[in-house]
Design a protein around this ligand. Structure first.
Ligand code: NAI
Ligand code: 15L
Length: 268
């Protein structure tokens, strides 16, 4: 049966806030969790993923989990280790112990950030391209995908790992014209990831059907995802303001953008 009750971790964040608005229309009852209180949601669970007892209680009784919580940009390895690597492990272990059947994991384009973007007639980047994390942050997403595979193989806990491009109300850079996932398409993709049958562990790219797409959405479409949006209406203005991408600039030549070229750790 399709999942009804869904734990949304990271519910106070940018994407969590967008999905709190959009997912109830698909019939889900959301249980919310975040390190910080969620505005106007007094029932939201305020807990750190490091707190195993709280995480175990939070997953108890839900049909599925959308796992968005964690550090969403580059940070020190120690911080990433705690929030994203140990935190995601704690969530999976709790989900396994409580018999939750499915996780939708917010992976990221930064798990494959050093992959050159296709130019000219080059093929779109496939989902089975070798992982090339561009940051400690990207490494934690790569770990999360392996963890998901492991919990499927070992315990039969299913995951769809969504390598999200850039999910914001509007694209704000020329790079994002290729990676943008409109919030409405984000909700469509999460819904497909929650309801498709027999996903085992499936990795998909998460974006709208952008004219300037760099990656292959076929696997997402096989889950039933049918994106309705395209960043192209934003192209003229963004290119006029920022110029075309420069292939000599590594931050423009790779999928991960400035994450590729930033110093190893930036203050967070
Ligand atoms: P965000 O930084 O706005 O939200 C993350 C939320 O996780 C925050 O509310 C934060 O309080 C919470 N959190 C952090 N550490 C926690 C912990 N130890 N325990 C419990 N909660 C914790 O990030 P955003 O943009 O909403 O992204 C959500 C997820 O999607 C993240 O995992 C991010 O890596 C991933 N993602 C987002 C993309 C986007 O375009 N927004 C692109 C690719 C991946
Ligand atoms: C991500 O993984 C980040 O969480 C998000 O804030 C954006 O930076 C996005 O990637 C991106 O690459 O645009």
């Amino acid at each position: 049966p399709a999942p009804r009750t869904v734990l949304l971790t990271g519910a106070a964040g940018g994407l969590g806030t967008l999905m709190r608005d959009l997912l109830p229309a698909y019939g889900y009852e959301l249980r919310l969790l975040d390190l910080h209180p969620v505005e106007d949601e007094p029932d939201a669970i305020v807990a750190d993923l490091a707190d195993k007892t709280a995480v175990r209680e939070a997953v108890r009784g839900v049909d599925a989990i959308i796992h968005l919580a964690g550090i969403s940009l580059e940070a020190s390895f120690e911080k990433i280790l705690r929030a994203n690597i140990e935190g995601t492990y704690n969530l999976y272990e709790a989900a396994h112990e409580e018999g939750v059947g499915r996780v939708v994991f917010a992976s990221s384009n930064h798990a494959v950030g050093f992959t050159p973007r296709p130019r000219g007639d080059a093929p779109l980047i496939p989902v089975d391209t070798p992982r090339r994390p561009d940051t400690f942050y990207g490494l934690s997403k790569s770990f999360g995908e392996d963890l998901a595979q492991f919990y499927w193989d070992k315990h039969g806990l299913e995951t769809v790992s969504v390598r999200i491009g850039s999910c914001f109300p509007e694209p704000t850079s020329v790079r994002m014209l290729s990676l943008w996932m409109s919030p409405a398409d984000g909700a469509r993709l999460f819904h497909a990831a929650l309801t498709a049958e027999n996903v085992e562990h499936t990795v998909v790219y998460g974006s709208s059907a952008n004219t300037r797409l760099w990656w292959d959405l076929t696997t997402a479409r096989t889950l039933g995802y049918d994106p309705q949006d395209d960043s192209e209406p934003y192209a003229e203005k963004l290119i006029a303001e920022q110029g075309e991408l420069d292939p000599e600039n590594i931050a423009h030549a790779c999928l991960g953008g400035h994450f590729v070229s930033d110093p190893p750790i930036w203050p967070y």
